[in-house]
Structures are given as C-alpha cells and as structure tokens.
Design a protein around this ligand. Structure first.
Ligand code: MF3
Ligand code: CO
Ligand code: CO
Length: 252
C-alpha cells in the first residue's frame, strides 16, 4: 500500500501522462462526434504519442480504451456509435500504464451549452472531489474523506453513489484500500505518507440507486436522473497530498 520513492516517481509520470489525455481530448468533445471516435483518438494518442498502455482495454473483458459515460450513465460506459449532441454531459475516464504503473483520472465535459441543472451538478461534483482531496493528510482516515464528500453533496440535495468507489492504485489498476465517497469521520484505515489512491465521487441529481445495463459494464441511475463524476490520482505526502493527475492551470 505504501510506495517507495522510486515507485512514486513512476506514479508521477503515469499520472501526468493520463492528465495529458484529458487535455488533448477536450477540443474533440463537441456535438456530432461519437464516443467511438473519442475512444480511437485517445487510444492512438496513448499508444503512439505517450508510449503507454490503455489500462481499460481488455481489463476484465472491457472492450475499449477509455470509459465514456453520458447523462444518466454513472460510470463504465462503453464507447460506441452514439453521437454526442448539445446539452449532453459526458465523463471521459482515462487510465494509462507507464513502465508498469497506473495513472487514473476522469473529468466531465459539456457538449454545447449545458442546462442550468447539468452545470450545477457537474460543478458541484468537481467541488466534492476537491473537498475529498483537501481532506488527505497522514493521520486522516478514509472515513474522513467519504464523510466530507457525502455531507457536501447531501447538503446540496444531491446523492452519492455507494456501489463504486475510489481505490488504491500502483502496479495494479485497483489496489487496497477502497476509498468510499460516503461514511463517518474517524472510521476506516488511516492515511499514511506514500499511499497512492484515487478519489472519484459519482454524484446523482436524483436518488442514489444505480443499476447495471445488460452489457454488464454501463452503470446508470435507476431514476434516470443525471449523474456526474470527476477523478484524480492522489499521493499522500508528509504535509498533505499531491495530485498526480493535475492538469496545467488546475488549482485544487
Ligand atoms: N477507470 C475506472 C476507475 O476509475 C475503471 C474502469 S474499469 C474498465 O476505476 F474496465 F471499465 F475500464
Ligand atoms: Co479509478
Ligand atoms: Co478512472
């Protein structure tokens, strides 16, 4: 669970490269593009420009190189021929492997101008991620992270998805510990310097319940309300945290 300085250097590189994919893809996310096209652009960039491996491809049978989750889709959407249209919101989730180590990050994009509700949900979910990140320091617990995210979301009358969570990350895509986005202060394991994990809250406009589509990957809200997610890979430092997947100009 604790990474040494050599491993941390590799995690830094993997995180930086994952963040570059989200920067690169931004200009392509517009009305008329299919999620398959976005997948292909990311795949080609990850493999040929970054010299990385797209971790989702063939991971437990996942068939594509990124996840694209639109509107009421919560996570793990599979890129396909669906055409993005104005007012859609879409999460693109990128995980790259560089020199054996993973960097995992996702963000929301607006396709055209969003509805007021969609913008509120997306902006608040990003705030929730930042609140989670700002909780990270040695001695804090995973329950502290979850509690801060949950309190913030629910105070704003949104709900937090419980079935999926953040995760330790390193040589493996998903390692211990689980980082729940809800919970009680002081509960769960204590954070220690050198741990690397993701925080990736999924927040719904309506009720928290989700269901799995018959493709066995795509998760959607049961009530078909909009859902948003943002994700970063974090390192616990002596002072607090370092965001390994931060984008240029992003301030946490
Ligand atoms: N990137 C996702 C996460 O944040 C996991 C996707 S698994 C896949 O943990 F197989 F759907 F790609
Ligand atoms: Co993740
Ligand atoms: Co991810």
């Amino acid at each position: 669970m604790i990474k040494n300085s050599k491993e941390i250097e590799k995690m830094r590189l993997a995180g930086t490269l994952a963040s570059k994919v989200l920067v690169m893809i931004e200009e392509h996310v517009k009305p008329g593009v299919t999620t398959q096209q976005l997948n292909d652009i990311c795949h080609e960039y990850i493999v040929n420009e970054l010299d990385c491996v797209p971790a989702p491809l063939n991971y437990r049978g996942f068939p594509k190189s990124i996840c694209t989750s639109i509107n009421h889709q919560v996570c793990h959407g599979i890129p396909n021929e669906r055409i993005l249209k104005k007012k859609d919101i879409v999460n693109i989730d990128v995980t790259v492997i560089k020199d054996g180590y993973h960097g995992d990050t996702s963000r929301m994009f607006f396709v055209g101008k969003p509805s007021i509700q969609a913008k509120r949900l997306v902006d608040l979910t990003y705030e929730a991620l930042k609140i989670g990140i700002n909780t990270v320091k040695p001695g804090a617990t995973v329950g502290d992270i979850g509690n801060n995210i949950q309190e913030f979301a629910e105070k704003n009358h949104f709900s937090v998805v419980r079935e999926y969570c953040g995760h330790g990350i390193g040589k493996d895509f998903h390692e211990e510990p689980q980082i729940l986005h809800y919970g009680n202060k002081g509960e769960g394991i204590e954070l220690k310097e050198g741990m690397t994990f993701t925080i990736e809250p999924m927040i719904n406009f309506g009720k928290r319940e989700v269901k799995l589509l018959p493709d066995n990957w795509t998760v959607v809200t049961k009530d078909h309300s909009l859902s948003a997610q943002w994700e970063h890979t974090i390192l616990v430092t002596k002072e607090g945290y370092e965001v390994l997947t931060i984008r240029p100009g992003e301030y946490i």
